[in-house]
Design a protein around this ligand. Sequence first.
Ligand code: KIV
Length: 256
Amino acid sequence: MAITTQQLIQWKQQGRSIVALTAWDYAIAQLLDAAGVDLILVGDSMAVVLGYETTLPITLEEMLFHAKSVRRGVKRALIVVDLPFLTYQESFQQAMHSAGLILKETGAQAVKLEGGYPAMVETIARLVQAGIPVMGHVGLTPQSVHQIGLRQQGKSQEAAERILNEAIALEQAGVFSIVLEHIPADLANLVTQKLSVPTIGIGAGPHCDGQILVTSDVLGLSEKHPPFVKVYTNLRETITKAVQDYTVEVRERKFP
Ligand code: KIV
């Protein structure tokens, strides 16, 4: 049975931890879904898999193309797609147009928008009222990299209070879940306790209602990764070795 946004909220009440990972194409999505991942994010971190330095250059067209490919590989997991930089910050109308295209064209069930400042909360409230399921994202928001860097957020009392208040405002706006990225574990714990929608942590400690990581980091495909990542296998090494073996065998006429 396909997982719904409502189910994630029930799982929080039941204390069942939510497993989330990112995907960028059919093959990866199919593997994650078959392995039992609950939520697949077509994250704009895919920009880095595509060779960009940051998440900023990726376009809505690229997200649509990759989200359709992911959709074809998934039977069970809930699919959430990031709205890329400058496809939702300008106005509510822009956000509605971008989110609407994602839902209509890709078959994904929800979108994710970064930020919990008042204008973004207002935009999200209106998307939710229009029937579009939204996931929030606070703490380190990579689309603001040129303003805040990629450092841990929420370290001072004032910054922690701001993140907590943003999360509460997003819940009131109607999000079904919130990503907490790279914030101290006690702050993530506090936010998780205060909210009735699930928190999905990335570099936010063990107390969130679920965890997400960027799949290319987990699989050891990324050239570099944030300090909080656990790398479960080294695909760069595995692929390099396989390709070198093939190269030698073709040159030496051992294959075919
Ligand atoms: O784009 C992404 O992969 C994300 C995760 C870091 C949550 O937003």
